[in-house]
Design a protein around this ligand. Structure first.
Ligand SMILES: Nc1ncnc2c1ncn2[C@@H]1O[C@H](COP(=O)(O)OP(=O)(O)OP(=O)(O)O)[C@@H](O)[C@H]1O
Length: 445
């Protein structure tokens, strides 16, 4: 667990030193520096900000670089210094390290902030990143394959962009790259699929807690980004003419996705019926799922709203056809089209938090020759503006679920009254008051 945090010259945080506990709450007015504190932890873990790619945006004005230092309960430490030109100096227990993944491995960090809402709504990129985050942590073979795939893909796209017509030498070169891409893609898909299968049941059980009324209707679906029954190089060769015209590679594991679907079919209905039967003695309680979902799925839907923009490759694209939905009497569409904003936040929270138990199953010795021993790795969960979008009941469910997971929590809130609720689940929670970049720990009455 992280027991000391020092931040220098990050946005309005000039020099901050705090001693975090298991649950930490940053309270302050708008613009006081709360999110910047979360940003500093994210920077340490991931080597980048979640708000801006360019370091000059988050390094304090007129400062040459920003530094974040953390010390752990076992005495080990890690630090990152990020300069204006995006170069980094990183240390793990005083020793220089040269790849960000060394820090990421030791400090897995999950962020839930208002922009996380995009996960369900735009493109496949952020959902793919979510799957890749857990695959990176639980399947050590994944990252090298992913790096090699990205390198080849970049070369391929650069060549495709050069000219819509390639010389015979270029075609030969491309065929060799495609073979390489196919080999890496097969392994990447294998690791992703394995991680997905481990993650899915954890998600199903967390969604049961966070959105019990809707759990039977929510399904995750992994798609590889290409038809895995055929080798990727064959598919790429078949599509070469179109790729040349478009100037980029349209299929491959860079188009993988984890779709979050709303499926009202016979199986889901039977689950709801079975649940209702077992809970029928609770007379007067709301009929799980039935009432709300009927209401929601009868809302008018345009054909556009049924399809999220920028759809990736889909094996079952036709299934989304409105008429077919009508004929079958079933509903199958993106969950984002059905849920309210608060419900989406709970769904996204379930997607992210359900990955945490997998980190505990990383076997000893699988990580890099760790300075910080494996049993010391405790993931961080960063919750920015926790109360946004959630009513009191939803907030309670979220905090309760979070408190049952093994992680260190950093929360921001405008209002100190949140401490009452947090105190139920973390009696030792720490409260920090943030004012114009100054952070002070405050006693909780
Ligand atoms: N590069 C920078 N250098 C100095 N200050 C900056 C820089 N970038 C942003 N700021 C300032 O840092 C402050 C901290 O912003 P931050 O987003 O952390 O606040 P916050 O407490 O999370 O606010 P909110 O509750 O509105 O989300 C803001 O006042 C902002 O104007």
């Amino acid at each position: 667990m992280l027991t000391q945090l020092s931040v220098h010259q990050l946005r309005n945080l000039q020099a901050v030193h705090i001693q975090p506990g298991q649950c930490n709450v940053f309270i302050g007015a708008n613009g006081s520096g709360k999110t910047s504190l979360l940003e500093s932890l994210y920077l340490l873990s991931r080597g980048k900000s979640f708000r801006h790619h360019q370091p000059k945006r988050y390094i304090s004005h007129h400062a040459p670089h920003t530094t974040v230092y953390a010390k752990f309960a076992n005495g080990n430490s890690m630090a990152i210094q990020k300069a204006q030109d995006a170069s980094s100096i990183m240390r793990l227990d005083q020793q220089a390290v040269y790849v960000q993944s060394a820090l990421t491995k030791q400090l897995p960090t999950l962020l839930i902030d208002p922009s996380s809402m995009d996960i369900l709504e735009i493109g496949s990129g952020s959902r793919r990143q979510l799957l890749d985050w857990i695959t990176f942590h639980v399947k050590p073979g994944f990252h090298p394959q992913w790096l090699s795939y990205q390198r080849l893909l970049k070369q391929r796209n650069a060549l495709l962009k050069q000219s819509p017509k390639l010389s015979s030498y270029q075609l030969q070169e491309l065929a060799a790259w495609d073979k390489g891409l196919a080999n890496h893609a097969a392994l990447i898909t294998h690791y992703r699929q394995q991680a997905f299968e481990e993650w899915q049941p954890l998600f199903n059980s967390l969604i049961q807690q966070l959105l019990p009324d809707y759990a039977p209707f929510i399904q995750l679906k992994f798609s590889a980004g290409y038809n895995t029954e055929v080798a990727l190089d064959e598919l790429l060769q078949q599509r070469l003419a179109q790729d040349c015209q478009m100037g980029y590679t349209r299929i491959g594991c860079h188009r993988a996705d984890v779709q979050v679907l709303w499926v009202e079919d016979e199986v889901a209905r039977q689950q709801v019926a079975a649940f209702q039967e077992t809970s029928s003695q609770n007379a007067g309680s709301k009929n799980i799922g039935q009432q709300d979902t009927q209401l929601k799925s009868s809302e008018p839907q345009t054909s556009e709203s049924r399809l999220a923009p920028e759809q990736p490759y889909q094996e079952e694209q036709g299934f989304y056809d409105l008429e077919e939905v009508g004929l079958l009497g079933n509903v199958r569409e993106q969950a984002a089209n059905v849920l309210s904003r608060g419900e989406k936040k709970l769904l996204i929270t379930a997607l992210k938090l359900s990955q945490l138990p997998l980190l505990a199953t990383v076997k000893q010795g699988e990580a890099d020759s760790a300075v910080i021993s494996e049993d010391e790795v405790m993931p961080l969960v960063l919750l920015d503006d926790i109360a946004a979008e959630l009513d009191e009941r939803a907030l309670t469910i979220l905090l309760k679920s979070l408190s049952q997971l093994s992680c260190q929590v950093f929360i921001t809130s405008l209002e100190p009254k949140i401490m009452v609720e947090i105190g139920h689940y973390w009696p030792q929670a720490k409260m920090f008051h943030v004012k114009q970049g100054q952070v002070t720990e405050e006693a909780i009455n």
